[in-house]
Structure formats: structure tokens, C-alpha cells
Write a protein that binds this ligand. Structure first.
Ligand SMILES: C[S@@+](CC[C@H](N)C(=O)[O-])C[C@H]1O[C@@H](n2cnc3c(N)ncnc32)[C@H](O)[C@@H]1O
Length: 289
């Protein structure tokens, strides 16, 4: 299955698949119309959730240090969805468009992206950061960092993603592959909607991987950080230095955060790969010593 997102796709061995420039498809001149087409935000309750993936949908174990995280294989879930979901589903629409990014419909949540593995690896070597903590993963997709936090002893992990389909057929299914007493909740919809749903919610730790590719979303992501991070809370964000064709990347995001003035931002880790990948740490500015 050819996926097209214009930043490198770790699941794809064919570079040609990643070269299409979709920047023209992201029409940021009509924000009002864009907003009206976004998926409504909602909490997905496990008790209402009776989806069982069949046995031919396969899973893999990712090992980070001494932590095992189980995850269904993207391609296997994608094949299942193509067979079983209606043509109108957001995911099937994206597949028909040969795209990993159909704005306001599907934004690559069924692929496991490299930075989510970096972040999980980091947590596995620093378990105390999440042990007994309430954790939110934003733009979770498969939810690898959130699952890792769960395996490292977080008391509660909430998973949030734009797509309800991604949460229902991938994230929740991945959570079910683990035995854990960690309390999990799931929220779908745009970050602007999540703010509405999560008015009273505060988190000790927020995680996010590969979610800063589109600068149009920085404001709503930042608003969730501001609203939902507890007084001594910490945000760990893993991202590529640059997302070709979409325009976002680490420097642009750091500039945005600094200009807004609420958070201190520092780089914890950097890999010197062709497209460098980093882990950023954000804390409230008034907590600086
Ligand atoms: C490139 S994928 C990364 C998925 C996962 N974090 C990973 O690294 O494997 C980007 C994810 O962010 C979510 N996302 C993007 N924009 C969003 C928004 N405005 N509100 C909520 N989720 C968003 C998408 O649904 C998608 O799952």
C-alpha cells in the first residue's frame, strides 16, 4: 500500500512514495470552512467498544530497554480497514487518495513514526519520569510512547488523536494487548475540541511525537499544553528537525513557544540522522530556577 506524506515514512522502503508535495492541498486561506469539516471531539468509552480485530491482524513486540510494547502491524490493520470499513470512512478516503495526509480527515495515525520510538526508548531509560504519574499522549496514533508510559508504571494514561477510527481500530486495540492496572481513556478530535472536553483535566506529563509538521496547528497544540499541564508538569515532544513540503519543524516550533512566553523549552536528545530527530522538554517558565 503506497502511503504519501511528504516527510520520510519509516515503514516505506520506496523513497518515491514520500516525495509528493501536498502543500498545495492544505488550504490555510479558508480556516473557517476547514474548522467546520473537522471531526467532532468526543471521549470513546471502552464499555461501548466491542471491536475485536480478527486473528489474521498481526502484532509486533517493540522492545525499549527492558520494556515491551505490543503493537498491531500498521499494514495488517490497514488491510483490515480497507476490507471492512465503508468507502466514506476517513481512512479509506485517504487510501483512495494514495495519501498519508488528507487534511481534516486522516493525518498518518495508522503508521508508527520514528520519533514515537525515540520517545518510548527515552522513557524506558527514565521510568521515574512517568511512574505513578497521570499522562496524556497527544496525536497518539499507535500510542507507542503512551503504551510505554503505561508499562513503566504510569497511574493513568489518556490517549488523544484526531481520528476516532485510529483510536478505535489501532490505539485501543494496542492497549488491549497489554495486561495493566493503569487507567486508560481515549479522546478523539482536533486539539481545539480537546480543550473543550478536557476543561477540568490536568496532567503531570504530556507526550507527543511527530505532531509539529503543520505550523497551522501550533496555536491549538500550545493551548492544550497551557490548559492541561499541571503546575509542576513536563511535556516531552519528539519531532524531526524539518518536515519537507509541510513547512513545520523543530526550529519553527521552538520559536513559536519562545514567542508565546509560557514555557521554557530545551533539547534533551538529538540524533544525527539524515533528517535529525530530537526530543524536546517543555516546562512552565515560572518553574525555572
Ligand atoms: C504523523 S502522525 C504521528 C502519530 C504518532 N504520534 C507517531 O509518532 O507514530 C500525526 C498524528 O497527529 C494527529 N494529529 C494531527 N493534527 C492533529 C490535530 N490538530 N488534533 C489532534 N490530533 C492531530 C494525527 O491524527 C496523527 O495521528
Amino acid at each position: 500500500m503506497a502511503f504519501r506524506f511528504n516527510f520520510p515514512n519509516p515503514d516505506s522502503s520506496n523513497d518515491d512514495d514520500n516525495e509528493e508535495d501536498i502543500s498545495g492541498k492544505v488550504d490555510d486561506t479558508n480556516q473557517e470552512q476547514k474548522f467546520s469539516t473537522k471531526e467532532d471531539g468526543k471521549e470513546i468509552f471502552l464499555k461501548d467498544h466491542d471491536i475485536d480485530l480478527p486473528e489474521d491482524v498481526t502484532a509486533t513486540i517493540h522492545t525499549f530497554n527492558d520494556v515491551e510494547v505490543h503493537c498491531y502491524n500498521s499494514e495488517s490493520v490497514e488491510e483490515y480497514l480497507c476490507r471492512n470499513r465503508p468507502q466514506t470512512s476517513n481512512f479509506v478516503t485517504a487510501v483512495s487518495a494514495h495519501s498519508d495526509l488528507v487534511p481534516d480527515k486522516y493525518e498518518g495515525g495508522l503508521t508508527v513514526w520514528e520519533c514515537s520510538l525515540d520517545l518510548a526508548e527515552y522513557l524506558s531509560y527514565n521510568k521515574s519520569l512517568v511512574q505513578d504519574k497521570t499522562v496524556l499522549e497527544l496525536g497518539c496514533g499507535a500510542g507507542i510512547p503512551g503504551l510505554c508510559a503505561m508499562q513503566c508504571g504510569a497511574s493513568e494514561v489518556h490517549f488523544q488523536d484526531y481520528n476516532s477510527e485510529v483510536l478505535e481500530y489501532f490505539t485501543i486495540q494496542n492497549v488491549h494487548l497489554h495486561e495493566s492496572c493503569c487507567q486508560c481513556r481515549f479522546f478523539s478530535g482536533d486539539w481545539s475540541y480537546f480543550q473543550e472536553i478536557a476543561r477540568q483535566q490536568k496532567y503531570d506529563v504530556m507526550l507527543s511525537a511527530e505532531t509539529i509538521y503543520n505550523p497551522d496547528n501550533y496555536r491549538s497544540l500550545h493551548a492544550v499544553f497551557k490548559q492541561c499541564l499541571s503546575k509542576d508538569g513536563v511535556i516531552y515532544l519528539a519531532a524531526k528537525s524539518h518536515y519537507f513540503g509541510v513547512g513545520g519543524g523543530v526550529h519553527l516550533f521552538e520559536d513559536f513557544i519562545r514567542k508565546e512566553g509560557s514555557f521554557h523549552i530545551e533539547m534533551l536528545q538529538s540524533t544525527s540522522t539524515e533528517v535529525p530527530r530530537v526530543i524536546l522538554r517543555l516546562t512552565w517558565r515560572q518553574c525555572e530556577t
